[in-house]
Design a protein. Structure first.
Length: 517
């Protein structure tokens, strides 16, 4: 039985089961709200991963040969399939990741929008175009095109198990590559569902998008069999391991790592809107958002009003697994320990904390954390310096927006961020000077929903870009071609050129460039 057939078996039925004869080892993914088994999936070992990548090779060639229009048509069929089954997928996301159904719908919607954009813009961004040949090659035509790499490995996280990997998968496929995707061990059934959906929607290119499942070792195995690029989303420590493994085969990598994103609230900001955005940016998805807001720097002119507004809004939040809950459980139980450590560190350093009004004793289990707003936390505290990835927010009073910017930038991370300022010039100026890959002015996270904008970070937040034209080019190699249109009487690139030719070139270059001082 092939891996593709195994995956069909895995995703058959609501809970997902696997034919145990197909693989020696399996593992279970569980619902973080109830502990119920959501899926039983194969642990793909080195051989199974190699076999999958080998099957992807001819699939990549056939997929590339379909051309931009053929691929666009199939990517459209895939997004249509996802859109028609949005609630089915959202239900699986709710059960395996824990987030509310509505949030899952929003995530899937964004993924579909990116699929549409990538398919529609691949030809214009990557297709062959003529460029100016310049004076020295005036008798030549020059062409630039972006060719697919071959097989792209994608290692994805559990926090946005559809949207985040799709940022690599959609753009890599649209650029003409085959993809082998290793979802997180916390959300493998979602990964298997996405691949099964692909096979159903695009049966004639089924192996262009395959999934392997398992633990970290399966991800490590994907770095070894010679994929042509590896796109990784996760933590910086694991990112370093992935880079090291890929370095052995000179496999290029794209790194989407964590963040410690800040919001700046300037003197003239709309404080109510800023508070609303900060609370949603920090607490939605239980704070498990790489581009979530973790720190706010508010100027002394607005600090008191901002804190009062945030406090009022946070009191109404209630984590739970029902449809009215504002956010769900921590997907990874071990993350609750990190969040609690950051809260304890902040309290020990003299920080004050404001919690939501919901009674934690009524939460379904200990994976649900109440929202926490931390005030007066020293900049040396772990709640300010390390990625918390939980429903917490620090608010710090600063003299002015310049001090806010200085503190916002005083981190090794640099993923996203937000600025609230009424003046357009001031908002854009602060956004430009924020050391991050993306900044939203007068909102949060918006850049992720604009398919034309590149997504990625600086520093410990990684490098490389998904989304937009840069995201398409990320999964290609630039190819340069020249074609001689007419032969000149004197060919400078020939041993047959007369000595006087280079003297003439030197005279012309002196006239054109020599006047510049
Ligand atoms: P990891 O970085 O450990 O895991 C991310 C992905 O890499 C998962 O699919 C994981 O598989 C896989 N993986 C683990 N080890 C290896 C390896 N040696 N080689 C290749 N792949 C590997 O993140 P966690 O899920 O453990 O989360 C830890 C922290 O990372 C969080 O607390 C958060 O701070 C940050 N994070 C940031 C995200 C972001 O969007 N930037 C997303 C998720 C986490 P498996 O799950 O099977 O171990």
């Amino acid at each position: 039985m092939s891996l593709a057939e195994q995956m069909d078996t895995v995703t058959d039925g609501a809970a997902g089961t696997v034919d145990r004869h197909a693989t020696t080892r399996t593992f279970e993914s569980t619902d973080p709200a109830t502990g119920a088994v959501v899926g039983v999936l194969p642990v793909h070992d080195d051989d199974a991963v190699r076999e999958t990548v080998e099957r992807a090779r001819p699939a990549a060639r056939a997929w590339a040969e379909l051309g931009f229009d053929g691929r666009k048509q199939r990517l459209n069929a895939y997004r249509g399939y996802l859109a028609r089954r949005m609630h089915e997928l959202a239900d699986l996301v709710h059960r395996e990741n824990g987030k509310p159904h509505g949030d899952a719908i929003l995530e899937i919607t964004l993924a579909i929008d990116h699929l549409a954009w990538a398919g529609a813009h691949a030809r214009k961004t990557l297709g062959s175009r003529k460029v100016r040949a310049g004076m020295l090659a005036a008798n030549h035509a020059a062409y630039l095109e972006y060719q697919p790499l071959g097989v792209v490995g994608v290692i994805g996280p559990w926090n946005y198990p559809v949207f985040t990997p799709m940022g690599s998968i959609a753009y890599a496929l649209a650029a003409g590559n085959a993809v082998v995707f290793k979802p997180s061990e916390y959300t493998p059934a979602i990964g298997a569902w996405l691949a099964a959906a692909w096979r159903a929607a695009v049966p004639d290119a089924a192996d262009a998008f395959q999934v392997v499942t398992g633990y970290g070792e399966t991800g490590a195995a994907l770095c070894r069999p010679g994929v042509d690029k590896l796109a990784f989303t996760g933590s910086a420590p694991t990112g370093r391991k992935v880079m090291a493994a890929c370095a052995e085969n000179l496999v290029p990598v794209l790194m989407e790592l964590g963040g410690k994103d800040a919001m700046i609230v300037d003197d003239d900001a709309d404080v109510v809107a800023a508070a609303d955005a900060a609370v949603w940016g920090a607490m939605s998805n239980a704070g498990q958002t790489c581009i979530g807001i973790e720190r706010v720097y508010a100027t002394s002119a607005v600090y008191d009003r901002f804190v009062a507004e945030v406090t009022e809004q946070v009191r109404t939040l209630r984590p739970g697994s029902d449809d009215e809950a504002t956010y769900g459980p921590m997907t990874m139980a071990s993350q609750t320990g990190i969040v609690r450590r950051h809260l304890d560190d902040a309290a020990a350093a003299g920080g004050r904390s404001v919690r939501g009004d919901a009674d934690p004793s009524l939460f379904p289990n200990e994976n649900y954390l109440p929202p926490a707003v931390l005030l007066d936390v020293p900049e040396s505290s772990s709640a300010i310096r390390e990625e918390t990835f939980g429903p917490t927010l620090t608010i710090t009073k600063v003299r002015d927006a310049e001090e806010a910017l200085e503190r916002a930038n005083a981190t090794s991370y640099g993923l996203g961020g937000s600025v609230f300022a009424k003046s357009k010039a001031r908002g854009l100026d602060l956004a430009r000077r924020m050391r991050s890959g993306m900044t939203a002015v007068n909102s949060v996270i918006t850049f992720a929903s604009v398919p034309a904008l590149p997504f990625g970070g600086v520093g410990e937040s990684g490098f490389g870009r998904i989304h937009g034209e840069d995201g398409l080019k990320e999964f290609t190699r630039a190819k340069a071609i020249t074609r001689q249109r007419v032969a000149l009487p004197v060919n400078l690139m020939s041993f047959g050129r007369p000595a006087s030719a280079t003297d003439a070139v030197a005279r012309v270059m002196g006239m054109i460039h020599g006047r510049h001082r």
